[in-house]
Ligand binder design. Structure first.
Ligand SMILES: C[S@@+](CC[C@H](N)C(=O)[O-])C[C@H]1O[C@@H](n2cnc3c(N)ncnc32)[C@H](O)[C@@H]1O
Length: 232
């Protein structure tokens, strides 16, 4: 669980410009005791910024949870955005879809307002199930421009392999939690993380740092946010 720091509150008040619709989702996450599994508002605002400045359109998100990050992606001021998001946990998927079904609207004093640019020819599909077979099933929609990885840490290497085959040259991988709870720089994860995901995350980070294949950086967010552009 990520505590909301004073820094985060400041960013939220100054630069995040969180739309009211996302406020409603934030409240739901808090009410359900699920807040903090999701990315923070400033990370969401960063994703939106990233989508806008890179011009990516075809996005795959692995790990929807309630769709908090999905809504930030969708809030990008981009024509024809296509977002595919995958979640294996039915209760998460159901809540996400409850909010996706009201997509583009938020309620204020009993009135609904459009808040997303998605209405301009974009599309969103949310999938329920294990990521790997679903990723396989959407390959024909590719190549994709961005894969946002935010699911089971032991699966990151599989998601990287899939991204290598299904991202367009110049496409992007953004992956959350790549510090693996502050364990990736340790000789041994101790009680910070289980050993197998720890080994896999170290290998994931190693592969993204290969300059022949990627232009990459790890943003030092509390959990570590990796950004890598596939070079060819
Ligand atoms: C960290 S949460 C995602 C948070 C979301 N991206 C956000 O920031 O709003 C990770 C989600 O991935 C889902 N998940 C875990 N393993 C998965 C798998 N193998 N396939 C699909 N979804 C998975 C979990 O159920 C959980 O809801």
């Amino acid at each position: 669980m990520r505590p909301v720091s004073e820094q985060e509150k400041y960013l939220k008040s100054k630069v995040s410009h969180q739309p009211p619709f996302i406020d409603a989702l934030e409240k739901r996450l808090l009410d359900d005791g699920k807040w903090g599994i999701n990315i923070s508002a400033s990370e969401g605002a960063f994703l939106r910024f990233f989508v806008e400045v890179t011009g990516v359109k075809k996005i795959v998100e692995i790990g929807t949870q309630y769709g908090f990050s999905t809504h930030w992606l969708l809030d990008a001021n981009t024509e024809g955005l296509k977002v595919r998001t995958i979640e294996k946990q039915k209760d998460h998927y159901d809540v996400a879809n409850e909010y996706f079904s009201k997509l583009g609207t938020f309620e204020k004093n009993g009135e609904y307002f459009r808040s997303y640019n998605l209405s301009r020819s974009g599309s969103l599909v949310s999938f329920l199930g294990e990521a790997n077979p679903i990723l396989q099933s959407i390959e024909s929609e590719g190549p994709f421009d961005l894969v946002f990885i935010d699911a089971n840490k032991g699966g990151y290497l599989d998601y990287l392999d899939w991204s290598m085959n299904n991202l367009a040259p110049g496409g992007w991988i953004v992956a959350d939690n790549t510090f693996l709870f502050g364990s990736v720089w340790l000789e041994d994860p101790g009680d910070k993380a289980p050993k197998n995901p720890w080994k896999k995350m170290k290998e994931f980070n190693e592969r993204l740092s290969d300059k022949q294949s990627f232009r990459s950086f790890m943003l030092p967010t509390p959990e570590g946010l990796s950004i890598a552009q596939k070079l060819n």
